[in-house]
Each structure stands twice: as C-alpha cells, then as structure tokens.
Design a binder for this molecule. Structure first.
Ligand SMILES: NC(=O)c1ccc[n+]([C@@H]2O[C@H](COP(=O)([O-])OP(=O)(O)OC[C@H]3O[C@@H](n4cnc5c(N)ncnc54)[C@H](OP(=O)(O)O)[C@@H]3O)[C@@H](O)[C@H]2O)c1
Length: 254
C-alpha cells in the first residue's frame, strides 16, 4: 500500500457491477485500498466481492435517496469512514428525433444527476465534519459540449461538471476535495451497443488505472485519453455556431 493509499484507505464506488466501476474496484483493491462497491445487480457485486478479500458489496439503487443515506451509514459502520467516494454509476440512453421520448430524459436525469445528488447528500456532511475526504464524480467528455444523440446524456454530464466544480469551491473550506473525471470512449457494456466508430477507445482496465493514478495525485480534473479530450476541449473553444456546424457535419451519418 502506498502512502497515499494509507491516507485514503476506504473507497466507495457506485456503478461497480460492470465496466469502469468494476475495473476501478479491482484496481483499487490490488493497490491495497478497502473498497465498498454499490450497484443494483447483487449477483455481479457478490462475484466482484468474491474476487478479493478487500472488496465488500453494498447493493443499492442510487435513485433511492433514503436508501443511499442508509447504505452510506452501513459502509461506515462496517468498514470505517469513507475517505474517497467515486460516484460513477450512470446510464447512457441515446436520443433520436423527431419523435421525442421524454422517458429517456427523465431516466437519464434521475440516475446520472439525481442519483449522484442522492450519494452526495449523506457524504458531504460526514466528510465536512471530519474535515477530510475526496469525492470523485464521473462525468464524460460528452459534458464539454453538445454531441449528436446526447441531448439527454450530455445534459446530465454537463450538469455534473457544473455541480462538481461549484461543490469543490464550496466544500474546500471544510477540508473536502472534489475531482471531476471525464472519460472518452471506454469499452464497457454501455458502449458495446454503439454501432458508430469510437475513436481512441480504451479498455475499462486502462481507464481504471488512469483514474486511480489521477486520484492518487490529487488531480481536480482527470480526462483521458489525452489526445481525444484535448481535441474536444480545443474545438469547444470555437464560437458556438461554428462548433455545432463542425461537430454536426463531422458526425452526420445520413
Ligand atoms: N464507457 C464509456 O465510454 C464512458 C465514457 C464516458 C463516461 N462514462 C461514464 O462512466 C460511468 C460508468 O459507465 P460504464 O461505461 O462503465 O457503463 P456500465 O458498464 O453500463 O456501468 C454502469 C454502472 O452503473 C450502475 N447503475 C446504473 N443505474 C444504477 C442505479 N440506478 N443505481 C445504482 N447503480 C446503477 C450499473 O449497475 P446496475 O445496473 O447493476 O445497477 C453499472 O454498474 C457512467 O457514469 C458513464 O456515463 C462512460
């Protein structure tokens, strides 16, 4: 265990039953952290917990506000104070028009945004009282600016950026740090359904290593792969009309 791991030894990860969250749990466990994992799929969590002695399953649905308060209590009672929380659970539901499926927006907002808030609600007061802790919020490079099929998903990820950066300013005085995580394309069950080309796609294991490395260095913004996130941030500096014309034109699949 590194010095850093010894300081931030207990980690809570949401959305850990598959993809990036599961890979993060394995990476952190291998580095000596005590890891609490949450998702709805009890079976997948049990298998993950069975793979390492320092991974512990705490199943739950992040859209359940009271449930998240109870679950955070249970983790702290069983394992001790949460030093690092990685709020990673999220869903990707692409939009298509002209039919307007309000349900896609409702579900995306409820899980990605409301669910993250439900996890923050018990965590922020506990960490603030201890004057110690880091909260990492998994957004996406899709939160930097609008993208095709992302009207619902991208809106939640942009909102998470704003939420997290604002929160970071407010809780700094209470000794709590916030890191924003912006992955590009990562091969997971969420992206396996995509039929379009996914430039610079990396494995979930690679993503997990980059995230943990960034968190151990105390980074406020962890974005990867570097070339892809840099390119997206660069084109987001364009005037907004030019941005939408460029991205809309480059990704037009008709
Ligand atoms: N893959 C990418 O290219 C990519 C890129 C940028 C950002 N991200 C973000 O990275 C995060 C992880 O995505 P992923 O690609 O690893 O997808 P994934 O394999 O589909 O994992 C999503 C995780 O979220 C959990 N989850 C979904 N709804 C939940 C709920 N209501 N309560 C609790 N847990 C819930 C799922 O578990 P259960 O279904 O068992 O609950 C699962 O463990 C997401 O926030 C995603 O937006 C992914």
């Amino acid at each position: 265990m590194t010095t850093h791991a010894a300081k931030a030894s207990r980690v809570w990860i949401t959305g850990a039953s598959s993809g990036i969250g599961a890979a993060l749990a394995r990476e952190l466990a291998a580095r000596g952290y005590v890891v609490a994992v949450t998702a709805r799929s009890e079976k997948a969590l049990a298998e993950l917990a069975g793979s390492a002695a320092n991974i512990h399953a705490f199943a739950g649905d992040i859209t359940d506000r009271d449930g998240m308060a109870t679950l955070v209590d249970a983790i702290e009672r069983d394992l001790g104070p949460i030093d690092l929380a990685v709020l990673n659970a999220g869903i990707y539901l692409p939009t298509s028009f002209p039919e307007f499926d309000v349900d896609i927006f409702d579900r995306s907002f409820a899980v990605n945004l409301g669910g993250t808030v439900n996890c923050l609600a018990p965590l922020v007061p506990l960490m603030s009282a201890r004057k110690y802790g880091r909260i990492a919020i998994v957004s996406s490079v899709a939160g930097y600016g609008g993208l095709p099929t992302s009207a619902a998903y991208g809106a939640t990820k942009a909102a998470l950026f704003n939420l997290g950066e604002s929160l970071a300013m407010d809780v700094a005085a209470h000794g709590v740090k916030v890191s924003m995580i912006a992955p590009g394309f990562v091969k997971t069950p969420a992206t396996d359904v995509n039929t379009f080309p996914m430039p610079f796609i990396i494995s979930a294991e690679d993503a997990a290593r980059r995230i943990v490395n960034g968190l151990e260095k105390g980074r406020a913004h962890i974005a990867f792969p570097k070339r892809f996130s840099f390119l997206l941030r660069l084109i987001n500096l364009l005037p907004r009309g030019a941005y939408t014309r460029l991205v809309g034109g480059a990704t037009n699949r008709d």
